[in-house]
Each structure stands twice: as C-alpha cells, then as structure tokens.
Design a binder for this molecule. Structure first.
Ligand code: ADP
Ligand code: MG
Length: 694
C-alpha cells in the first residue's frame, strides 16, 4: 500500500464542512457499495489503511519537516492569491511562532474556517518550498474554546469520491455502537491461537489509543490486525472445507479398477511410468472407485506427463462402461489430445469423439450421436463440450486440462451435464501452485503431484539475448534445423491490440521466411480457421514445418518432442508463468534444448526481475513462488477468483503462520462449533458463500 501524504485529495476534501456531511441516503448507499460496504457488518470490516495522530499539538517553533504533525493557533491572515495560480494562503500564530498554510485547492468552507482571529488546528506535513517552510494542504479543524483534543488516533479509511473521511468515520462509529460485536471464535480456540478478542481488536483498529504502536498498526503486524487476518483466513478455511464436504455428500459411480484396459494400455506404452505417475495413477484410481465424487487436482510441471495419468483414469471409467470427458482450453491443445488419445485408445476398442466450436455441423452431429448413444466412451473438446447441447448419458469422469484457464462456472457446467450421480473430477494444471496458495485457495481439492520428470530429458538451457543480436539467434535457428531439429519462434505479445499482434506475427513470419529461405517456415495464430490451424500443427508434428512462427496459441500443452529450440521475442512483455509454459514446449525429447529470450531495452524493474527468474531456474515451483511475489495470488487461481472469495486483509506471504493456525482451527470449529462457523462465514462472505460450492 503506497503511503498517502496528508496532502492527498482524499484527505484535503475533508477541509470542507460541506464535504464532511454524509451525502443523501441513496447516493450514500451507492458510494458505500463502491467500497464494498452493503451492511453494518461490512462497515465494521472497513478498516483503516493508516492513522494520523491528532492527539498531540506541536508548538510551531518546534515543528519540523519529515513527519505529519499538528499545530494549533489563531489565524492571523488569510487571502486568496491568484498568482502563480489561484490558491489560499493563511498564517497561523501560536505562543511560539507563526506558520504559513497553503491550499492549492479549497472549498469556500475552508476559507470561512480560516477567518482572521479564528482558532484552528492544522494537521499536515511541513514542506520546504519556493516560499520557505510551510504546510501544504493541511487538514483544518475549527477549535471551540475549552475543547479537548481527540483521545484516539484518527483513522484514515479507503475512501471514494463524494464520501469524505469524516463522514466515513461517523458511519463506522455508528456501526460500532449499534452492532453487537460478538466474537464467533470460541474462547478455547482463540486462546490456543493466542488471539485477542474480536470486539477489542476491531475497536482498537478503528480507534487506537495515542500510545498505540503506529508502525505495527501500519505494517499490520499488531495483534489486533493479526486477529482480523486470522478471522478472515478461518472463514476462508471453513468455507472451503464446507464446500468440499458438500460435494463429497453427493453420489458418484463407483468406477472399479478391473485392469482390463489399463493393463493393456500400459503394456503398449514405449516407456515405463515414472514413480510420480504411478503414485498419481493409484490415487486417482482409488478415488474414482469410491461412491462419492473425486475432486482432485493433478499438479505437475510442464512435460511431467499428466496426459497419461488422465488417460489411465479414463480407461478405468471405460472398463466400467462409463464415459469420460476431457476439456482443454485451446483448440490446438484439444485437437492434439484428441489425436493422441484416439491413437492410444481406439486400438483398445474405446471410441473417442471430438467436439469443437468450429467443427462442421455434419461432423459434430455425428460425434454427438456417438456420445448420446454411448457408443463413444470418451469426449474430447474445448469448452464447446459444455456449451454444446451434447448429452453425455453416462458421464463418470470429467477431466479439465490446464484448469487455471477455465472459470469456476465452466468447470461446474461440465459436471452439470449429468443428472443424478456427479462425475468424478480431475483437474490438471502445469502452473505449480505455491504451498501457501495450495493451503488456502485450493484447500477444497485433494492434490496429486508429479514431482518427477520422465527420465532422459536434458535440462533446457536458457539464454538472454538483446534484440540487437537478433542475427545470431537466426543463425542458431538455422543450425538447429540443419541438425534435423525443429524450432518455435514466439512473436511479441501486444496486449493493447489483437489486430496489431496478428500483424506482427504475419510480419515476423514474412521476415523469417526471407531470412531463412532454405527452411520450411509455418505460421500459426489465433485467427486461423481451426482446420488451418490443425493443418499447420500437423505439418509441424510431421516435421514438414521446421520453424513454427506462433503467437501464444501454442502456450499450453503443445507436445512436439523433436523441437529443441524456443525463441521468444520481446520476452520482457510476457508473464513469468507464461514464459515457463512456453519454454516447456521444448526439452520434451532426448535432444539438448534451449530457449532464447530476446529482450529489448529499456527493461522495467519488474521485467528485469521476470527475466532474471526465468533465466536462473527451470523449477516450476520456484518460478511460481517468484511469480506470486511479483503478481499476487489473483493470476494463480485464475478464473477461480470469481468463485473463491479473495482475501482482503490476510497476506499469504506475510501471514503463512496464520494460514496454518486457521486450518487447524477450522477443523475444530466445524466439529464442535458449527453455529459459530456460520457466523464467521456470514461476517466475511455474506451472501457470497454460495459461490464456493463450485
Ligand atoms: P504435461 O504434463 O505437460 O501435460 P505430457 O502429458 O504432454 O506432459 O507429456 C509430455 C511428453 O512426455 C509426452 O510426449 C509424453 O508422451 C511423454 N511422457 C509421458 N510420460 C512419460 C514417461 N513416463 N516416460 C517417458 N516419456 C513420457
Ligand atoms: Mg499437458
């Protein structure tokens, strides 16, 4: 949170008496809604971002620049000057000295407060400016004779236009007065976690006594803050646990492992499963044989071999005569899965159907018929799978590949394709999830981890190259292709304009084709028709294309083991997870692979950090950890954030110990204090808790 100067507009607006009167009811409700405040309970949780100390007065002679302070005196002079621009300048005198107050924006009310002879308090920071040392934009309070100074630190709340600090403060005080602040967390749990009481903590944060430790308050390490964050994390844990239990309460088909198909499949594979794959397969196999739906996340770095784990699970469903659906986020990936799975499973007598949004009507009808009749036991597709009116009459297992690319609602919809028993769900993700996230946002899933890559992979060498040395990179591409290898060339991301991005891809393609006339160069991007896309990808798989110029459509999933060189242009524009995914397109075969990141100067601080991270490590977990630091949790949980309440106050890096505590406490709350658990959910999530059932 950036430190806001006392002279920031949100605070100066306060100097106007007009602005501090609460606005009219309906307008007020709208403004409060902007701050996420819909009821008293929300008002109580609208916590200050920082505080100002108006409990003390500094004699003007002792006032120094560097920290905000308060002076009290009599207005000696005040006038509106017009040069260099319209502004209000006043002089304030106390027994020790005189000080200049300067306002670049002001309301008529401020002018009125500063009548000559008036006694006022001015709160702000001294600045040395053109005119010497003075207070710019102080907050002014008229002082009535005999009035005492505030007894608590003045909270500064996140505010919005038309809702001044003083109005917010009054509203919060009113809510504190009329709301019963019962603690929801039973004393035994509170004591075990060494947490102060709820009411005490809330009151403390809204009205800290003057001796309160300001640093601890502003860093949010104060016990009162920790209690708030613990409360929030506890509510999150409880909600996730409840969602998990609710789903487990449903019935599911018991898909027993007969081995009839899986054993044949494994025997036909040209390689042995890794230990990690075997463990994951066992976990999934056991889960789907149970009478309640599996909800498992299969997490494994790019190239760790998740597809085979899914294939084995789908075969187990087929052994029981049940259907599976595999949903992938892009056409290219879905089609690749379709081909691969059809190649693997059809020899075993399992028919695979393919559904995509852009398929010819006739073909789609045929596929749909096969699925409805139950003739095809596996459906592979993009989100067309759920949008389409296809009926999967016997859906036993739903697999979502690259799950972070889908929204909660989409995943939910896949499950809702059936009536009665819920399908087992297997979600796969190559975005490794840092432990903190796994423990919080993902706590409603069981997790299998592929923490081992198939043997024989050579590590990918990453190189950072300035765009001034583009020629050398082109020479590398030429060499790699002459050795029989293949290469990707990823075009720069242009976030502002898709059209521009396509144009760039087209231009890059033309340029490279001219520069490398002896190579077969292909181009793939999001605007190609699916059939064209498939054609290009096929040619690349067959090595009829040696250099594939691409946009990020190839980011996830694409698996062409013969390609050993990945070039990414303007790498500094890509996110860390994205770079890791792209790099993961090579290093899939036995050949030594490399990834060349071309960057352009100047690099932003963040861009530099990202390139440094991707250069230093190929470990997906380490990259995820750094990415979390650079970007915060939003991106990781992807569209999931629409369903899982984001944390407002708890910080996963800083408060990891609290996550741990909240997890334990959640178990106890749900067992022994279910009513109190509900109170917590209501407090933090109000009406939103239902979204968690996704
Ligand atoms: P990801 O986890 O990124 O989805 P894939 O399932 O696409 O990975 O697998 C990557 C590549 O590794 C594929 O070519 C696949 O056939 C191969 N592969 C998977 N498991 C093994 C294994 N145990 N031994 C050797 N190669 C494997
Ligand atoms: Mg994959």
């Amino acid at each position: 949170m950036p430190a806001t100067r006392p002279s920031s507009p949100a605070v100066t607006a306060d100097t106007s008496a007009a602005a501090s009167a609460p606005p009219k009811r309906s307008a007020l409700a709208g403004r409060l809604a902007k701050l996420g405040i819909h009821r008293d309970a929300d008002m109580l949780l609208h916590l200050p971002m920082r505080y100002e100390d108006e409990t003390r007065v500094t004699p003007i002679a002792e006032a120094m620049a560097g920290a905000p302070l308060q002076v009290l005196g009599v207005v000696e002079h005040a006038e509106v000057v017009l040069r260099p621009r319209r502004q209000l300048v006043a002089r304030l005198r106390d027994d020790t000295d005189v000080i200049t107050l300067r306002f670049l924006n002001f309301y008529p009310a401020t002018l009125k407060q500063l009548e000559v002879g008036a006694r006022v308090r001015a709160f702000g920071e001294l600045r040395s400016g053109f005119w010497g040392e003075e207070m710019i934009h102080p907050r002014i309070q008229s002082v009535v004779e005999g009035e005492v100074l505030p007894a608590a630190l003045t909270p500064i709340y996140p505010a919005t236009a038309g809702l001044a600090q003083s109005a917010l403060r009054k509203l919060v005080m009113r809510a504190l007065d009329r709301h019963k602040l019962s603690d929801a967390v039973p004393e035994a749990i509170r004591r075990a976690a060494k947490m102060p009481g709820w009411e005490r903590s809330l009151r403390f944060l809204h009205q800290p006594p003057p001796e309160a430790h300001l640093d601890a308050l502003e860093e949010r390490s104060h016990p009162a803050w920790r209690r708030i964050k613990f409360d929030e994390l506890l509510a999150q844990q409880i909600s996730l646990r409840k969602a998990y239990a609710a789903r487990r309460a449903h019935a599911a088909y018991e898909l027993q492992a007969t081995g009839a198909l899986t054993a044949r499949f494994i025997a036909a594979l040209p390689f042995a499963l890794t230990g990690a794959q075997r463990r994951a397969v066992d976990e999934v196999s056991r889960d789907i044989s149970l009478a309640h739906p599996m909800q498992r996340l299969l997490q494994g770095d790019v190239g760790s071999g998740k597809t085979i784990v899914a294939a084995l699970a789908m075969l187990q469903a087929a052994e029981n005569g049940y259907q599976s659906a595999l949903m992938a986020p892009t056409e290219i990936l879905a089609e690749q899965h379709y081909r691969k799975l059809a190649g693997w499973l059809e020899p075993l007598g399992v028919q695979v159907a393919w559904l995509s949004g852009s398929q010819k009507k006739k073909e789609r009808e045929a596929m749909r018929a096969k699925l409805e009749s139950g003739e095809a036991l596996l459906a592979v597709g993009t989100h067309a799978l759920i949008e389409d009116s296809v009926v999967l009459s016997r859906l036993g297992l739903a697999v979502v590949d690259e799950q972070h690319r889908f929204g909660v609602r989409q995943r939910l919809a896949l499950r809702e394709k059936v009536v009665g028993a819920l399908p087992h769900m297997l979600m796969m993700s190559a975005t490794p999830i840092p432990r903190t996230l796994a423990m919080s946002y993902m706590a409603d899933l069981d997790v299998s981890v592929l923490d081992e890559l198939p043997p024989g992979r050579t590590p990918i060498v990453t190189k950072l190259v300035s765009d001034k040395r583009r020629d050398e990179v082109i020479a590398r591409v030429r060499d790699a292709c002459h050795e029989g290898r293949q290469a990707y060339w990823v075009c720069p991301l242009i976030e502002e304009s898709e059209a521009l991005q396509l144009q760039t891809a087209q231009d890059t393609f033309e340029t490279l084709r001219a520069e490398l006339p002896e190579l077969k160069v292909g181009l793939v991007h999001g605007r190609l028709k699916p059939a064209e896309k498939a054609e290009v990808m096929d040619a690349f798989v067959r090595n009829d294309i040696q250099l594939l110029v691409a946009t990020t459509v190839i980011e996830v999933g694409v698996d062409v083991p013969n390609s050993s060189l990945m070039v990414i242009e303007h790498a500094e524009r890509f996110g860390l997870a994205q770079l890791h995914q792209l790099r993961g397109r090579v290093g899939r075969g036995a050949a030594a692979s490399s990834c060349v990141l071309i960057y352009a100067q100047p690099l932003s601080e963040n861009g530099r950090e990202r390139l440094k991270a991707i250069y230093e490590t190929t470990d997906g977990f380490e990259i995820a950890r750094r990415d979390l630091q650079l970007r915060g949790p939003g991106e990781f949980i992807g569209a999931r954030q629409s369903g899982v309440p984001m944390l407002r106050y708890a910080d996963l890096e800083m408060d990891i110990d609290l996550v741990e505590q909240a997890r334990q406490a959640a178990t106890e709350m749900l067992e022994k204090f279910p009513a109190e658990a509900e109170v917590l959910l209501e407090r933090w999530f109000g009406g939103r808790a239902d979204l968690l059932k996704a």
